[in-house]
Ligand binder design. Structure first.
Ligand code: ARG
Ligand code: GLU
Length: 680
């Protein structure tokens, strides 16, 4: 009885209708959701969110680069995103002399805005359900090709619900995107990796770009003759601020969620993949941190790499804790047991779970080999240099600008030792083993490699190139070949085969879950297509006895101030502003009328369901006005790609008023306000 009750309660808690605030919805299919949104404080219509007939909010939201979101905030192409989304661009313009990472950057005129080769922003032109066409036999590639209209657009067909639905997405892509402003890292990355994925947070995580177009307002490659792009729509900025309970909506490009996978996948993540990946990244990070502390030049060179490695590394740790805490594996097992009972007399679904389970069992060694390949082999940057060098036209400048052979060597020693120890014998190239045996240890082998290779520095590479050396004979390239052979012959083939089988099975299992729970509304897993999430501004109850408020202020920045600690070194200018309470129009009173307390809001949290890719997304109020810029989730939310817990899951946004305060008081760039539109 007790057991039955547990299963029942677990099942009920896990499924049922999608609980409050879970879900990332397709803007063109907002459908019935709009009523729920309106009942919670949204005052616009579905047509205001997405329309192909008139300008709508979707025309003010872009995919920024290949993994962030940005939003237009002026009629002249001004765009906001996160500091961490523009990080590599800010870094690429930085040197010890012009250290924009440290000091910030503020273009004083259009001429001073900095071009960023390789950066693009994509506007969604339209999306279209093409399920019937695909089911009638049309090829996804052909549908996308036709939609490109001879290169005018970019387009792709994406599968939703594991191929139970297909959508065509058509984008207009702009490639002249210039850096307009960035706060100093001591604001834009305040709290650094220490505070990353945590609340309370005090980061002014924003940067400003401008989209340029040709004279006809069409996309064009960078040219000094280009002019600011005139968007169909841009966001009005709300300076009213947020209160507990206020409606919020996030409009952006969430990357990946896996809401409907079986317990097998969660078990793999929790008990196999995460531990190995975390361990390998710990080794890399320790090496990089030591080198950065020893040398300020290395600090800049490795800033972006460091942030990228640390971000997922920390997230995986929170995710594992969250999955343990929620008992996601056990809940899914209980759900699967109920599903199986129901499926037993339905031939179309009867075998799907046992087959998925068997396929995952078979997949495990290959999935682990792949994890090791990507986290313990490819991460040695010399391997990329070696393969790049075999190409005729390698532009080596960006690579070597941010490369330290010493750090790479130290990392190689550790991660390759892990590969040799942990990979199954059949996944270790014979050549790799021979080399280790030849030199007696991984360390000695790595030292010999770095001594003999011609690609460990720009000088060596260019000298070798001038001397006509064949880079295919480079000892580093031999390792690349040995590992790619293993990957191709022993790992990828089998992995891809099993993975396609699993995807096919999920097609059925997804359909099965929908039949099993006909009342439940299933949102399609995130896949870096445009989505709407909505919720409200809310604090939460954390660990025993701790309640978290929904917003932070500049007081918290000063509480964390610690000049000796890199992540908490408040800029002098901000200290001075705080001391004199020179907050101007950005000051708010969090005290009472009799006992006022003047401060500046910094960040806030809300219940919107978000994931990686939602960085930079506009956080919008009930009138469709901009309240803030999304940049993170809290520690207790890090498992929400697999299980969303509406009690505690919160997205974190920088309050737009802190962005404006920083532009005004730190950047002295209030001229940017002239092109913005504000609502009180
Ligand atoms: N955790 C956020 C995201 O997933 C912010 C990452 C950038 N910040 C950092 N300290 N590394 O992208
Ligand atoms: N920081 C993340 C990003 O870059 C967003 C936070 C999240 O994963 O929720 O997309």
């Amino acid at each position: 009885m007790k057991k039955f009750l547990f299963v029942f309660v677990a099942l009920f808690a896990f499924s049922g209708a999608v609980r409050a605030d879970e879900g990332m919805w397709l803007p063109s299919l907002i459908g019935d959701k709009i009523k729920d949104m309106q009942s919670k404080g949204f005052r616009l219509t579905a047509e205001d969110i997405y329309s192909i007939n008139q300008a709508s909010l979707k025309d003010a939201v872009v995919l920024f680069g290949s993994g962030c979101t940005g939003e237009l905030v002026s009629a002249e192409g001004l765009l906001l995103t996160n500091h961490h989304c523009g990080y590599s661009q800010i870094q690429s313009h930085s040197s010890l002399e012009h250290d924009y990472l440290t000091n910030g950057f503020w273009a004083l005129s259009r001429e001073e805005e900095l071009p960023n080769p390789g950066l693009s922003v994509s506007f969604l032109v339209r999306m279209e359900d093409v399920t019937e066409r695909i089911n009638a036999g049309e090829k996804a590639a052909d549908i996308a090709a036709a939609a490109r209209e001879d290169g005018r657009y970019s387009a792709s067909v994406e599968s939703l619900y594991y191929g139970n639905q297909y959508f065509l997405f058509v984008y207009e892509v702009f490639r002249d995107v210039r850096l307009v402003a960035a706060p100093p890292s001591s604001i834009g990355k305040f709290g650094g990796d220490t505070d990353n994925w945590m609340w309370p947070r005090h980061t002014g995580d924003f940067s400003i770009f401008r989209v340029y177009a040709d004279k006809d307002n069409k996309p064009a490659a960078y040219s000094k003759d280009n002019v600011p792009y005139r968007p169909k729509k841009f966001f009005t900025i709300s300076t009213k601020g947020v209160e507990q309970g206020d409606f919020t909506m996030i409009y952006g490009f969430p990357g990946t969620t896996r809401r409907y996978v079986t317990s097998d996948f969660v078990d793999y993540t929790l008990n196999h993949s995460n531990p190995v990946k975390i361990d390998l990244r710990t080794k890399r990070l320790n090496t990089i941190i030591a080198a950065q502390e020893a040398d300020p030049e290395v600090r800049i060179m490795y800033a972006s790499k460091h942030a990228n490695i640390a971000n997922a590394w920390k997230k995986w740790q929170g995710e594992s804790l969250g999955l343990e805490r929620l008992g996601t594996v056990q809940k899914k097992q209980a759900y699967e047991a109920e599903f199986q009972k129901w499926a037993n007399n339905r031939p179309e679904y009867k075998d799907v779970l046992p087959r998925l389970h068997a396929a995952y069992d078979e997949l495990l060694p290959y999935a682990m080999a792949r994890d090791l390949y990507s986290e313990a082999f490819s991460v040695v940057e010399l391997m990329s240099a070696a393969s790049n060098a075999t190409r005729e036209n390698w532009n080596c400048e960006t690579f070597y600008k941010n490369y330290s052979a010493q750090i790479d060597r130290d990392i190689a020693v550790q991660v390759w030792a892990t590969y040799a120890e942990q990979a199954e014998a059949r996944f270790i190239p014979a050549y790799f083993t021979e080399q280790i045996e030849k030199y007696g240890s991984v360390e000695a082998m790595v030292d010999a490699l770095f001594a003999e290779s011609n690609v460990t520095s720009r000088e060596k590479y260019e000298a070798a190139k001038a001397a006509g050396v064949d880079f295919k004979e480079d000892p580093a390239y031999k390792l690349v070949v040995a590992f790619s052979d293993i990957s191709r012959n022993e790992i990828s083939g089998k992995y891809n085969e099993l993975n396609s089988e699993i995807t096919e099975l999920y097609h059925t299992y997804m359909q099965g879950q929908m039949d099993f729970e006909p009342e439940r509304i299933f949102f399609p897993d995130a896949n870096l297509t445009l989505r709407v999430a909505y919720g409200s501004v809310q604090g939460y109850e954390g660990d025993d006895a701790i309640s978290y408020k929904h917003f932070t202020t500049i007081d918290g920045i000063m509480e964390k101030d610690s000049p000796e600690v890199y992540d908490y070194d408040v800029p002098d200018r901000l200290r001075e502003i705080y001391r004199t309470k020179d907050y101007g129009r950005w000051g708010i009173n969090t005290g009472t009328e009799e006992k006022p307390h003047l401060t500046v809001p910094v960040a806030f949290i809300a219940t919107n369901h978000t994931t990686g890719g939602n960085s930079g997304s506009p956080v919008i109020n009930g009138d469709g006005h901009l309240l803030g810029i999304n940049f993170d989730r809290t520690w207790l939310s890090t498992m929400s790609d697999l299980e969303f817990d509406s009690e505690v899951c919160r997205n974190i946004a920088v309050d737009i008023r802190f962005v404006l305060f920083t532009i005004d008081k730190i950047g002295g760039a209030s001229y940017l306000f002239d092109e913005m539109v504000f609502s009180e």
